[in-house]
Design a protein around this ligand. Structure first.
Ligand code: LLP
Length: 410
């Protein structure tokens, strides 16, 4: 899945003005590489699509919380969507104004709520009656007022992988419509809160628009009796194309379907994936190639510890050589060194003949890649590199074995 920023030239794969094989030589692999230009272009596309709704963008930090990227996104004017005090803290370190942060999450702790109130976080997306009571109590104690959006669980099955669907009653997220209605009717019981909005997020990588439209209609029906309740946070979930075969609704398809419904509403969106996914790739090196059971296994130095999505969601990330080849491609199973049969980067990659030392790029890996990386098998997490035009810089260094010991107490 190549685009203006990730492209072939002279038989090589480039990220903007940087040739990937030279970059791999300089920083070693595995390594994440991000294109600042592509991140900015994605923001502009989302802003353009949602301009008719006047939507405020809150970048969902969970997708990729690299400080340099958060700073870049804050600089282009985005607010943030945080799901932990750790994310709020990180956003603050990147220079984000807490008033532009929405704090979401089904299990915010007392300490986290305390921290967020103290920091002056703009909105709290609240997911249970208990949390609402606790937040009101803490706000009173801290002599603060908090803006609150109740998260509605509309009881709708989103079309997406079951691990990332959140809007059905079997999911832990949000509050069912009757509870939302009851809490709204009793708003005066929460004197320290302005319950002025509703939040819906029915899933990520959404396969169709209709369910979101239905969720918005439900939220509007619940808000209808309260003229001061006109903020609707639509969440994120806008899909990206991982492969050529992927056929997902466009940003405009979502915006066009929603715009007529949302006239007169203050709209917020919380995109993560759509901003960073196709702006990142994972650079790996071939260690060995072997045949087994009629299949060709390409064993690389990248694994499920760097990119968990194929193992966890059977997600398909294209794998391409960084040096183009005219030799015939063969179906190949690209795997890592981790001691798990689930440690697969791509089960069906079409790759030319390869040998040890060849570099490969695992594409569309900018979202939910590094943030979900682990140290399983005592593998140091990889560095992250940010490309700006023809320049690149390491924005997070590779972990060392000593880094992996540092927190242990003997
Ligand atoms: N808002 C809320 C309340 C969310 O729960 C999420 C994602 C987002 C916004 C951002 O969604 P996005 O625009 O990125 O789709 N690890 C999974 C994705 C988990 C998404 C969790 N919530 C993956 O790799 O596909």
């Amino acid at each position: 899945m190549l685009h203006e920023s990730f492209h072939d030239r002279d038989g090589h794969l480039w990220v903007d003005g940087v040739r990937l094989d030279s970059l791999a030589d300089a920083v070693d692999t595995p390594a994440y590489v991000y294109s600042a230009a592509r991140v900015r272009a994605n923001v502009e596309r989302i802003q353009a699509a949602f301009a008719p709704l006047g939507a405020a963008l809150h970048y969902s930090l969970k997708a990729n919380a690299a400080l340099a990227l958060v700073r870049l996104l804050a600089e282009v004017g985005l607010g943030m969507d945080a799901v932990s005090a750790g994310e709020i803290y990180r956003a603050q370190q990147a220079g984000v104004d807490p008033a532009r942060i929405v704090f979401a999450g089904v299990g915010k702790t007392r300490d986290e709520l305390h921290y967020a109130l103290d920091a002056g976080v703009g909105w709290f997306n609240v997911e249970s009656a208990d949390e609402l009571r606790l937040l009101d109590h803490l706000a009173g104690e801290q002599n603060r007022r908090a803006m609150v959006a109740l998260r509605l669980n509309p009881g709708i099955q989103a079309q997406t992988h079951r691990h990332i669907a959140t809007g059905h009653f079997g999911a832990k997220f949000g509050l069912p419509p009757d509870t939302v209605a009851a809490l709204l009717a009793a708003r005066d019981q929460y004197p320290h809160l302005d319950i002025a909005g509703l939040h819906v997020h029915i899933g990520s990588q959404l396969g169709s628009v209709a369910e979101t439209v239905e969720a918005v209609r439900q939220a509007q029906a619940l808000a209808a009796p309260y003229p001061d309740l006109r903020t609707l946070n639509l969440g994120g979930g806008f899909p990206v194309r991982y492969t050529e075969a992927d056929d997902y609704p466009s940003l405009n398809a979502f915006a066009d379907a929603l715009a007529p419904l949302l006239r007169g509403w203050q709209v917020k969106i919380e995109p993560g994936r759509a901003i960073v996914a196709d702006a990142g790739l994972l650079l790996v090196t071939v260690l060995y190639v072997k045949e087994q059971g009629g299949a060709r296994f390409v064993i690389t130095d990248g694994s499920m510890t760097e990119l968990l999505r194929p193992a966890l969601y059977e997600a398909v990330h294209p794998v391409v050589p960084v040096r183009m080849s005219d030799d015939a491609a063969r179906p190949s199973i690209v795997v890592g060194p981790v001691c798990e049969s689930a440690d697969v980067l791509n089960r069906d990659a079409a790759l030319p003949p390869l040998a040890a030392g060849d570099r490969l790029a695992v594409l569309v890996a900018g979202a939910y890649g590094m943030v979900m990386a682990s140290n399983y098998n005592q593998r140091p997490r990889p560095p992250e590199v940010l490309v700006e035009g023809a320049q690149w810089r390491i924005i997070r260094r590779r972990e060392t074995w000593d880094d992996l010991l540092r927190l242990e107490v003997e």
